[in-house]
Design a protein around this ligand. Structure first.
Ligand SMILES: Nc1ncnc2c1ncn2[C@@H]1O[C@H](COP(=O)(O)OP(=O)(O)OP(=O)(O)O)[C@@H](O)[C@H]1O
Ligand SMILES: [Mg+2]
Length: 259
């Protein structure tokens, strides 16, 4: 379970270019929930994920993960509880190493496990099983160098590597935004397969409204550092792209009226 309580973060406080990134943001995400985060550029989406991961230190407010207040916990301590995938498919993996070697590296980072045995048969079998979850055939390419994979395969590998340590929370910040539409759909489907199979509590930021409609249990809309809207349950099941875009245009209308 994730709880954000009255999170506030102001950049360049008191200066002419002061920016309120998070303005008393409160949010709850139940264990196993897959929340899709939407909102205009600058709404505070990445700031929220950074505050959860500890990369951003809040001015005030609290971050609670599975009942523990992690607000003052340093990034490296939180990292073992969190998995994160970023926009750039080149960043999450090492190009000149094989799929299996990359997964071994991820294991090293996320666990206290000893690597004395290296890529032994048991480990390779585990990696195969995890890659099968993605449905992309990567389980048959354990010895392929990552630079030979497509952007979509590579980003999906980043995802499965990130969640290998059974994290409390998976954070996805526009992880399909740098991919062409077809590849983005492939990575989204792989994401959902992995999230469902591993029952991961997930927060995914996206500007793709079709993805927000098609995937996840809830839609969370941020606006000016606050929670503007939360769509859950039956309402989420029925929501359309037009409905979601409508919530953006209400804001635009308000801005036009104000100007
Ligand atoms: N490191 C930083 N230094 C200064 N201002 C920042 C910093 N990070 C974010 N901001 C500001 O905080 C606000 C929220 O930014 P944030 O990156 O969280 O938005 P976002 O919703 O992720 O937008 P996008 O959809 O463009 O990714 C913006 O006004 C942004 O300019
Ligand atoms: Mg962002």
């Amino acid at each position: 379970m994730l709880e954000i309580r009255s999170a506030r973060k102001v950049f360049y406080k008191g200066q002419a270019d002061e920016k309120v990134a998070l303005d008393g943001l409160s949010l709850k995400l139940a264990t196993g929930e897959f929340g899709v985060v939407i909102g205009s550029n600058g709404a505070g989406k990445s700031s929220m994920l950074n505050a959860i991961s500890g990369a951003l230190v809040l001015d005030s407010g609290q971050i609670i993960i599975n009942g523990d207040d992690v607000t003052d916990m340093p990034v490296h301590k939180r990292a073992v509880r969190l998995a994160r995938v970023f926009q750039d498919p080149m960043k999450g993996t090492a190009a000149s190493m094989t799929v299996a070697e990359n997964m071994l590296l991820a294991d090293l980072r996320s666990k206290k496990r000893t690597l004395r045995q290296g890529l032994n048969a048991a480990r390779l079998a585990t990696y195969k099983e995890r890659l099968e979850l993605l449905g992309l055939g990567l389980e048959n390419r354990l010895d392929t160098r990552v630079e030979l994979l497509s952007g979509g395969q590579r980003q999906s590998l980043s995802l499965i590597m990130a969640v290998g340590g059974s994290p409390d929370l998976l954070l996805l910040d526009e992880h399909t935004a740098a991919l062409d539409p077809r590849t983005a759909d492939i990575v989204m489907k792989a994401t959902v397969r992995a999230v469902e199979a591993l029952k991961l509590t997930t927060l995914m930021v996206t500007h793709n409204m079709q993805h927000a409609v098609d995937f996840g249990h809830s839609v969370i809309m941020l606006d000016a550092g606050k929670l503007r809207l939360e769509i859950t349950g039956e309402e989420k099941a029925k929501v359309t792209v037009v409905d979601l875009i409508g919530h953006f245009s209400v804001k635009t209308d308000r801005m036009l009226l104000a100007s």
